[in-house]
Structure formats: structure tokens, C-alpha cells
Design a protein. Structure first.
Length: 463
């Protein structure tokens, strides 16, 4: 099947694909966007509408819009043995946090054991709670504008790292990054200009091209016009969100700036396969934010690129700046070497004494893989889950494949607390995306509000 000619001529009349096979491959991400989205007007939101066969025949409209998440969640969680999770994942993480926290205190200078001084000083001198509130509000505001204009977008760079490690902003960074996919930059500009108006809480929003990466480089920076300005950013505002434009042809400057496409080992097609379809959702503080098709793979590619040179073992080693000063300083905003803050690095397990975060993760492609590593014969230690709601549809062939993972977060006070996660297809009106369901297996999950498993199985997973 040719990947280069897959779109019919009559896109304007509403038809996107030549055949159902091409539609399934593109909407599932089998090709990862290769040959799927080059022509104007083709977006995941527009062209991957759910099939009527997803819901059972004659089901009410409300049942047709139900998620398959609950069913997949129950199917996966039923095979997980809590004691296996405790032994293989939670206890090693808890021991690491205790050891690293103790080592951090012992390494501090006498009289410098306050979090405000010593090795932790640079990390705890990050944004205030008020600045984080502004940042979350700004991200939500921009995401709404991009979505309203049909622009595909996702958490990018340092913000993607925050989503995966902190379920929110990186605590010591005051800026955020979004990636946007469009054929031409005009559609991204139109969306961002619609966001440049009065925010109901924080006032007017300013949007400007980022001149630090060159004229018309396909990056824009948004901030609240009344925000506090920082000398380290020149005329920039301390709390800001940058949006980078990526095109289907690999010609926008963002491909080279972030992934060294054309100079390094990755082609833009390979990176595109990690990006699209950006149909998965994950928590970002109180928000649910779109992430790339393969968020862990795209973040690794971003950090590995010479333009960033960041720490790829980001669940083990935490850096003050996501990218090294010679490349994309801060949360990804390019700055001159003289204006970039010096980097600092600590074991993430040591930083868990101040910031709860995810320190370990295991992913599973299927229930069978989950059972092999964390399951066993049914016993009293098996996780109890609520049954799927009556009439819940099973995932259709054109929906993103479900995924399971166990992520272990920890802090020095509460220890380790594992989270069982199921990301499954969900149908919302005319849009297909992925729903995030999570359940704490034991302990208190300090960085994500979830229901803890209960013997009667009546808890509701976070969605």
C-alpha cells in the first residue's frame, strides 16, 4: 500500500481517506502520521470520527459516547497482585528515597540543612504558588484556543517531562512548552491571536514571536501582560508558554531546533511517528492535556538531540534546566549563554524529600504481559475493581490501542505509592481520544488525586 498517495481529491467535500484500511492505519497511528496528514484540512479531530459500529446497535446516544476505559481498566487491574508490585517496584523506590535523602543531608555544609540553602537551593527557588496558578491558567487558555481552531497540539519538552514525572508542571520551572501541528503556520497564528484577549482572571494575554530564535522561526511566546518580568529573560515575562509549530513536510524550523532533523540521525518522519496522532490525555495539575502518540519516546528524542543535551534518565537524575545552557535553556526557551542560569543536577530520589514525583515506571502492551510480570494465581491480594458499566462499548478497530502501566511516585515522608494506569480509547461526540484512568494500589498518592483500591471493589477510578 502506497503511503504517499492516500488522500482523495475531494477533501473539501468531507472525505479524508481513500479506503477504510488507510483510515484505520492513520487514526490508530500505525504509520505514526507518515503520509497521513500532508494535505491541507486533514487533522485527527476532523478525519478520525468514530464509527457507528463502536456502540451496540440501538444503544442510546449516551451509551454510544461512553468510554471503553472502565472495561479495560477492570480487565487489567484484575490480574495485578499488590504484593508483587510492592516487592518489585515500591520497596526498591522507597529504599532509594531514604538512602538518597540521607546522603543529601550528610553532604550539606554544617548549618546548611535547610531546604533554602545547600544543594537544594536552586531547585526550591522556583516559581511561587501564585506563578504556578498563572501558568496553569495560561496553558488551559491556550489549549482551548488551539482546540477551538482545530489545531493538533500536545505537551512538549519540559512540559511533557512535567506531565510524565510530576503529573503537572516541573516544580522549579516557571515556563511551559506546547507543540502544534499544522500544514501552514497561519492556522497556529490565528488560534494564538484568538487567545490574545482578556483572560477573566489574570487580564490581557500578550502573544509575540520569539525573536531569540530568529525572525519567523515558528515559535510564539504567550504571557499575561501584567505578569512579573524577570531580568534573566530580558524583556520577557517570568511566567510564559511557548508554542512551536511543526509541519508535515519537515520544513519548519522547529524540526531542526528541537530534534536536529537534517543534521542528526533522526528523520522528521521518525519523529512524526512519535508525535501523531496526539490523541492521548494525561493529567497536568488540574488539567487533562494532550500528549504525543508515544510521549516517552518523543521526550527521549527531544532530550537526546544535541540542541538540548538533557538528561535522558529523567526518572533518576533531575536537572534544574531541562536542556543544557548551550542549547534550549530553561523550559525550552532559547537564550544566550550569558543569560542562561547555570544548570544543577541531583538524584530525583533525593529531591523527593522536597518534591513528590514519579521515580519508576513499568509499561505493558497487553493484559497477558501484565499478568506475566505482576500477576499470578488469583488471591486476596488481587486488586478489586468495579465492573464496567452496562452497555460500555468495546474499543473499535480505529481507536488508539489501550495501554497499561504501573508508575511509582514517592516522597521522603509518605514513602512509595504505586499507581495502576490504564489509557484506553474514548469516544466524545465527534472526537476520538484516550482517557486516563488511575487507581492507587496502596499508600497515599500525594501528586495525583485518585481513589484507593477497596475490598468491595466499589471505588471509581480517576478519569
Amino acid at each position: 500500500l502506497s503511503c504517499s498517495v492516500i488522500v482523495a481529491e475531494n477533501v473539501a467535500r468531507g472525505k479524508c481517506w481513500e479506503s477504510s484500511l488507510v483510515e484505520a492505519a492513520c487514526c490508530e497511528g500505525v504509520w505514526g502520521g507518515t503520509g497521513c496528514w500532508e494535505k491541507p484540512g486533514l487533522t485527527f479531530e476532523r478525519c478520525c470520527e468514530p464509527a457507528s459500529s463502536i456502540a451496540s446497535s440501538g444503544a442510546p446516544e449516551q451509551q454510544q459516547r461512553r468510554s471503553g476505559c472502565a472495561k479495560r481498566f477492570a480487565e487489567g487491574a484484575a490480574v495485578v497482585q499488590v504484593e508483587r508490585v510492592r516487592e518489585l517496584l515500591a520497596e526498591p523506590v522507597a529504599a532509594q528515597v531514604r538512602s538518597q535523602s540521607r546522603a543529601l543531608l550528610e553532604a550539606a555544609e554544617p548549618g546548611a540543612r535547610s531546604p533554602g540553602v545547600g544543594p537544594l537551593a536552586a531547585f526550591v527557588a522556583g516559581p511561587t504558588a501564585f506563578e504556578l496558578e498563572q501558568l496553569l491558567a495560561l496553558v488551559a487558555w491556550i489549549a482551548q484556543a488551539l482546540q477551538a481552531h482545530g489545531v493538533t497540539f500536545w505537551a512538549h519538552g519540559s512540559t511533557l517531562l512535567g506531565v510524565l514525572r510530576h503529573y503537572g508542571p516541573v516544580p522549579w520551572l516557571e515556563d511551559a512548552m506546547l507543540g502544534a501541528f499544522a500544514t501552514e503556520p497561519a492556522s497556529v497564528v490565528a488560534a494564538l491571536q484568538s487567545a490574545a484577549r482578556e483572560h477573566p482572571t489574570f487580564g490581557p494575554v500578550a502573544v509575540v514571536p520569539d525573536e531569540s530564535c530568529g525572525a519567523e522561526c515558528g515559535r510564539w511566546v504567550l504571557s499575561f501582560a501584567r505578569g512579573v518580568r524577570s531580568a534573566g529573560l530580558g524583556d520577557g515575562v517570568r511566567t510564559s508558554v511557548s508554542v512551536d509549530w511543526f509541519d508535515a513536510r519537515g520544513e519548519s524550523l522547529s524540526w531542526q531546533r528541537h530534534f536536529d532533523v537534517g543534521r542528526g540521525t533522526l528523520s522528521h518522519r521518525q519523529v512524526l511517528g512519535l508525535m501523531l496522532p496526539a490523541s492521548r490525555l494525561r493529567p497536568f495539575g488540574p488539567l487533562m492535556l494532550h500528549v504525543p502518540h508515544d510521549p516517552w519516546g518523543l521526550l527521549d528524542a527531544f532530550l537526546a538531540a544535541p540542541s538540548c543535551g538533557g538528561e535522558r534518565r529523567f526518572l533518576e537524575a533531575c536537572e534544574l534546566r531541562t536542556c543544557r545552557p548551550r542549547g534550549l535553556a530553561g523550559g525550552g526557551l532559547p537564550r544566550n549563554e550569558s543569560g542562561a542560569r547555570p544548570n544543577a543536577r541531583l538524584p530525583c530520589a533525593a529531591l523527593a524529600s522536597v518534591f513528590p514525583m514519579v521515580l519508576a515506571r513499568r509499561s505493558f502492551a497487553s493484559v497477558a504481559a501484565l499478568r506475566r510480570e505482576l500477576g499470578g494465581a488469583a488471591s486476596k491480594s488481587a486488586v478489586a475493581v468495579a465492573p464496567a458499566p452496562p452497555g460500555s462499548p468495546s474499543p473499535g478497530k480505529r481507536l488508539p490501542a489501550p495501554a497499561f502501566s504501573v508508575e511509582v511516585a514517592a516522597d521522603a515522608v509518605r514513602g512509595a505509592y504505586p499507581l495502576f494506569i490504564a489509557e484506553a480509547p474514548v469516544q466524545r461526540a465527534e472526537v476520538i481520544d484516550s482517557e486516563f484512568c488511575a487507581m492507587a494500589l496502596f499508600g497515599h498518592h500525594g501528586i495525583l488525586m485518585v481513589q484507593q483500591s477497596a475490598p468491595d471493589g466499589q471505588q471509581k477510578p480517576m478519569r
